[in-house]
Write a protein that binds this ligand. Structure first.
Ligand SMILES: Nc1nc2c(ncn2[C@@H]2O[C@H](COP(=O)(O)OP(=O)(O)OP(=O)(O)O)[C@@H](O)[C@H]2O)c(=O)[nH]1
Ligand SMILES: [Mg+2]
Length: 371
């Protein structure tokens, strides 16, 4: 029996995890067993913790994207099959990853086609946001992500019309594809089918979600032409990103608000990014107190969103996981993050402990397979 896999890509902060979690809840209500695979260049992921909190079986591929860690992806898929026997696995590649058709979908179909059935590649495009402040290579990477979509989801459709944005069904980077062949080798596709199916969705209101689920449950990847992509530029784009994953704890003798601590830290980071002309791709924080959880995200300046906010009471301690992806050198990002953590101290006697701290730029992509 084959297990269906839907790969859900798109740029950092485009809304992949939020959509996948909303989809998993909806699928569970329809009677499907669902598993998730999260992915990152480092470890200690807010996304994995969120999926675990939602009680959805999750496997994590850490230390590199699916394409460079293909054996780890396979191991994660297998683990999910063993523990949860899912009908559908939703897999979220790192938001700075592209060329997924050639390096992930095709190898899965070609080498493991008896075990896995691939849904069309979904890519999220957040039309409420501009990447104009990012270097040209990052914008190139973003274009490549959009260009290989089989289903292009125009995410956060509830924000359409705000910030002067509009969501339509025309792809902003529309590039017709050439002579793809079907996965099963049943011949060439109709030229029209080379274009992505386009759909506005909102994980917040649920608009478009059922329509998308019907597509990924009912259709197979058509094995479109692989991207013609310049790996030098792709590597330059990755190298232009500063990546920080940190995990730690705060302890104080007097009660304080963990929400204020989070808001203060993120506001400081946001201010430092603005002062140092650093564009924000995605900054996310998960905070756990003895009584509840908080999760906040920033995908651009002025966009702080609280996705989880169950912490009503004051606390004397909390744990945190901080993931930052910005256009900055690692050494610069490390200084900004430490300054933000120190400035958020609830009182001068409070102590913070960093259990894990890694700050780097992703290495050039070296896919295990490229077909
Ligand atoms: N208004 C609105 N906000 C959304 C929607 N989907 C996601 N967001 C917000 O966008 C931010 C980023 O969402 P994520 O789901 O973490 O994005 P992601 O693509 O998984 O990000 P990375 O894993 O860092 O690449 C969060 O603050 C979400 O609340 C949506 O449909 N509408
Ligand atoms: Mg995510």
């Amino acid at each position: 029996m084959t297990t269906r896999i839907a790969i859900v890509g798109g740029f950092l902060g485009a809304g992949k995890t939020t959509l996948i979690l909303a989809a998993a809840r909806r699928l569970a209500a329809r009677g499907y067993r669902v598993g998730l695979v999260t992915n990152d260049q480092g470890e200690d992921l807010v996304d994995t913790a969120l999926a675990g909190d939602a009680e959805i079986p999750v496997a994590e591929v850490a230390g590199g994207c699916f394409c460079c860690r293909f054996p780890d992806l396979l191991a994660g898929l297998q683990r999910l099959q063993e523990v949860a026997a899912p009908d559908l696995i939703l897999a979220e590649p790192v938001g700075s990853c592209t060329d997924l058709i050639a390096t992930v979908l095709r190898p899965l179909v070609q080498f493991y086609g008896e075990q896995y059935a691939l849904a069309p590649l979904t890519v999220l495009l957040d039309s409420s946001r501009s990447l104009a402040g990012f270097p040209v290579d990052i914008r190139y990477l973003h274009e490549q992500q959009v260009a290989e979509a089989e289903i292009l989801l125009l995410s956060k459709s509830d924000l359409a019309g705000q910030n002067g944005t509009r969501i339509g069904r025309r792809c902003p980077f529309d590039k017709p594809r050439t002579s793809p062949e079907s996965v099963e080798g049943k011949g060439r596709m109709d030229a029209d089918l080379g274009k992505p199916q386009m759909l506005p969705v909102s994980a917040v209101t649920g608009d478009g979600l059922d329509e998308w689920l019907d597509i990924i449950l009912g259709q197979s990847s058509r094995n479109p032409a692989a991207l013609t992509i310049d790996y030098e530029r792709y590597a330059q784009a990755e190298a232009a990103l500063g990546w920080l994953n940190a995990k730690g704890q705060v302890r104080a003798d007097s009660p304080y608000s963990a929400r204020e601590w989070t808001a203060h830290l993120l506001a400081t980071l946001e201010r430092l990014c603005a002062e140092q002309h650093t564009s924000i791709a995605h900054i996310k924080m998960l905070v756990t107190t003895p009584k509840g959880k908080l999760k906040a995200s920033l995908t651009q300046s002025g966009s702080l969103t609280w996705d989880l906010d169950t912490e009503a009471a004051e606390t004397r301690s909390h744990e945190f996981v901080l993931n930052v992806r910005v256009n900055a050198a690692p050494v610069q990002l490390e200084q900004m993050a430490m300054q933000a953590i120190e400035s958020a101290q609830p009182d001068p006697a409070a102590r913070y402990y960093i259990e894990h701290f890694e700050c780097f730029s992703p290495l050039p992509p070296r896919p295990t397979h490229r077909l």
